[in-house]
Design a protein around this ligand. Structure first.
Ligand code: FAD
Ligand code: EPU
Length: 343
C-alpha cells in the first residue's frame, strides 16, 4: 500500500526548538508495512524525524517529511550475566531506560531522561554522566535508502566516537536505522565516574547506590540544569565540547591555565595528552550566558544550551550561534563544532 500523506503539515510540535516549519507532504511510519511501502519508492524523504530533539529546521517548508514511530522490542537471548535486546527505532529512549530498569537489566541508567528515539541514539552515540551508548550497543540494523537493502552494522562498523559515528560521516543521510541491538547486564554495577553525579548521590546520603538510585539522581541533575523543551524550546547542547591533543593541548593549557578541563588521556610522563574543555565555560567567559536576542538566547543555567522563547526564526538562532562561535574563536582560539543537526 502506498504511504498515506498529509498535506501542508506543521512541524512545530515535532521539533523541540519549536520552530514553525511545515511539510508539504508528511507521513508517519508506524508499522513495518508502512516502511516497506515507503521503501518501494527507492528514495529518502527530504527529512526524516525521530523526536526532533537534535535538529534545527532551518527552512520554512520541506517537500517530504517522514516521522519514525516504529515500536516494539524483542529479547533475543539471555544468559546468567546479560540480555540481548532488539529495539525498534521509533521507541522513545527514556521509556526504554525505565522499562529495562524495571526488568533489572542494567547499563542505561546514566542515560536517563535523554530525549529522542532509540534509532537516533547511535547517530551521535548519545552520552551523559560518564556513559555513552557505545558501552551497551551491539548492532544497528539499517536499510539503505537507495537500494532498500537491510544491513547489519557491528559496533565497530558504527565507528562511534564522542557525539560521532559513521552515520554522521560517510553514512550521513544514506540509511534508515530500523532496529538497535543492546547488550544489558544483569549485574547492578554502577558507573559513578562523573563528579556531578557522585556529588548528587552524596547530598542525597546514598553511599551504595543502585542503578535505580543512579537513574533518579541523573534525572534530578538534568531537571535542575536543562530547560524542559515543553517550557523553553531547545535541543540540549548546541555545540560539542572541544577536544585537544598533544602539543595543542599543552600550549592551550599554558595560555588558559584557569580553564576547567577533563583529561581523557595522559602521556608516559603523566602530562595531559588529550583534554576536553567545557564549551559552556568558554561561552560563559565570553559573556553570553543568559543573554537574549529577541526570540532566541543562551540559557541562564547552562551556557551550552541555546533557546527559542517562541515566535522566532531558526535563522535567528543560527546567527546567534555563529556569533558565539566567532567570539569563542577570538578569545580562546578554539572552533566550536555544532552538535545539533542543521537540516
Ligand atoms: P532527531 O532530532 O529527530 O534526529 C536527529 C538526526 O538523526 C536527524 O538528522 C535525523 O534525520 C536523523 N535520524 C533520526 N532518526 C533516524 C533513524 N531512525 N534513521 C536514520 N536517521 C535518523 N544528547 C546526548 O547525547 N546527551 C544528552 O545528555 C542530551 N541531552 C539533551 C537534552 C535536551 C533537553 C535535548 C532537547 C536534547 C538532548 N540531547 C542529548 C540531544 C538528543 O536528545 C539526542 O541527539 C537524540 O538522540 C536525538 O533523537 P531524536 O529522535 O530526537 O532525533
Ligand atoms: N559550565 C560553565 N557554565 C555553564 C555550565 C557549565 O562554565 O553554564 C562548566 C562547568 O565547569 C561544568 C562543566 O561546564 O563543570 C560541564 O557542565 P555539565 O556537567 O553541565 O556538562 P556539559 O559538558 O555542558 C555534557 C554534554 C551533555 C550531557 C552532560 C552530562 C556535550 C556537548 N554535552 O554537557 O549532553 O548531558 O555533559 O554528561 O558533550 C547534549 O548532548 O545535548 C547534552 C545535553
Amino acid at each position: 500500500m502506498a504511504p498515506l500523506w498529509k498535506e501542508n503539515f506543521s512541524l512545530k510540535q515535532l521539533n523541540t526548538f519549536g520552530f514553525d516549519a511545515r511539510a508539504r507532504r508528511f507521513t508517519e511510519l508506524q508499522k513495518r508495512e508502512d516502511l516497506d511501502a515507503f521503501f518501494e519508492r527507492g528514495r529518502a524523504p527530504e527529512l526524516l524525524l525521530g523526536a526532533g530533539s537534535n535538529v534545527l529546521l532551518l527552512r520554512e517548508e520541506y517537500e517530504e517529511v517522514a516521522l519514525n514511530s516504529l515500536k516494539g522490542s524483542r529479547l533475543l537471548d539471555e544468559n546468567e550475566d546479560s540480555v540481548r535486546l532488539a529495539v525498534a527505532s521509533g521507541e522513545i529512549w527514556h521509556e526504554l531506560v525505565l522499562q529495562t530498569l524495571q526488568q533489572s537489566w542494567y547499563g542505561l541508567e546514566n542515560l536517563s531522561l535523554i530525549p529522542g528515539t532509540v534509532g537516533a541514539a547511535p547517530i551521535q552515540n548519545i552520552g551523559a554522566y560518564g556513559v555513552e551508548l557505545e558501552s551497551v550497543l551491539e548492532e544497528v540494523l539499517a536499510r539503505e535508502w537507495s537500494t532498500g537493502e537491510l544491513r547489519r552494522f557491528s559496533r565497530e562498523d558504527c565507528q562511534l566516537g564522542y557525539r560521532d559515528s559513521f552515520f554522521k560521516r560517510a553514512g550521513k543521510g544514506r540509511f534508515f536505522i530500523e532496529e538497535v541491538v543492546l547488550r544489558l547486564s544483569k549485574r547492578p554495577d554502577v558507573n559513578l565516574s562523573y563528579g556531578a553525579l557522585r556529588q548528587m548521590l552524596e547530598r542525597q546520603g546514598i553511599s551504595e547506590p543502585s542503578p535505580q538510585d543512579v537513574s533518579r539522581a541523573v534525572i534530578e541533575i538534568r531537571q535542575s540544569k536543562l530547560p524542559a523543551p515543553e517550557q523553553i524550546g531547545n535541543a540540549g547542547s548546541f555545540f560539542k565540547n572541544p577536544v585537544l591533543s598533544g602539543l595543542a593541548a599543552q600550549h592551550w593549557l599554558e595560555l588558559f591555565s584557569e580553564a576547567p578541563h577533563y583529561v581523557l588521556e595522559f602521556d608516559e610522563e603523566g602530562r595531559p595528552l588529550t583534554i576536553k574543555i567545557p564549551a559552556a565555560w568558554l561561552i560563559e567567559q565570553c559573556g553570553w550566558k543568559g543573554r537574549r536576542r529577541g526570540a532566541v538566547g543562551v540559557h541562564q543555567r547552562q551556557a551550552l544550551v541555546l533557546v527559542h522563547y517562541g515566535g522566532g526564526k531558526a535563522r535567528e538562532l543560527l546567527a546567534l550561534s555563529e556569533e558565539i562561535q566567532e567570539s569563542v574563536y577570538e578569545r580562546f582560539g578554539l572552533e566550536l563544532e555544532r552538535e545539533v543537526n542543521v537540516v
